[in-house]
Design a binder for this molecule. Sequence first.
Ligand code: ATP
Length: 325
Amino acid sequence: ISKLGVLTSGGDAPGMNPCIRAVVRTGIYSGLNVVGIRKGYQGLIENDMYDMNPRSVSNILNLGGTILKTARCLPFRTDEGMETAYQNLKEQGIDALVVIGGDGTFTGALRFSKKYPDIKVMGVPGTIDNDLYGSTYTLGFDTATNTVVEAIDKIRDTADAHDRLFFIEVMGRDSGAIALRAGVCCGAEAILLPEKATAIDDLIENLRAGQHNKKSSSIVIVAEGDKNGGVYDIARRVQNEIKVYDIKVTILGHLQRGGSPSAFDRVLGSRLGYAAVKALLNGHTQKMVGLQANNIKITSLEEALTQHEFKLEQDLMEMADILSI
Ligand code: ATP
């Protein structure tokens, strides 16, 4: 390979910038020309790209979001969109791509590279949801979890002062990873996850037991993807049964995506970016780099996209219930 493109796609995640920096500098150090592609696959189709040098990525390790910007790009799903992207890449002389994003991004990269195998592709898992096969941690998950913990600690102060019951919705449409970790960190009285059905009757019983045990406040963390009908509906059903508590609902929303990447995400982003370029130089394509047992692992995109392991730690789920009595 001689000219490398790098893009971020799908939802942004803290840690993408350290990863871009690592890709750019490792590429240039290895003698490659490196091109930044703006707004994910949209930049490929609109030919929105620029040459990068080591100074293009100065002072970005501490920045949240992504300097390359990101987008959800519908035209890239069509054959015509892919053809335009390919022609633009050929025109620029780009023969390899590092794509940083989630499973949608990987699906697009694999389809594209199967159609046009002369463009080598390497994926880096970047999504706060931590829901990708092939890497124990994805970029942004650690920072997002820390942000959630900081917010819930503050809510706990006011909940405790007023003897309140708070329902807090956190991000995770298909994954309870943030909810579970944050629940352990904040001593949540209950954690509602898409991966594990919780009956509202059981939740009510659990909260009543807390009252009986003289808890002065209670926090229930609800992952977006929980199947009980949304955080407001759950709160209303509980309020009908438990009248003593003053019930409040907080949706943390997009603040969970922002902020300076944690030390963990800066190291992970740097490591994965470096490994992605090395893997391309070693001839790999249609693969992703990930971290497993603290080692870099290369997994084929095909495998990453078809395997769906149950990633939430069973011991954390059991422990969270026991430690909140
Ligand atoms: P997150 O996990 O944060 O949502 P993601 O990478 O899964 O990130 P998506 O919006 O699902 O986010 O996908 C990102 C982009 O990848 C899409 O906007 C689209 O351009 C491309 N993409 C997704 N699925 C396909 C597909 N089947 N074919 C071609 N391109 C796709």
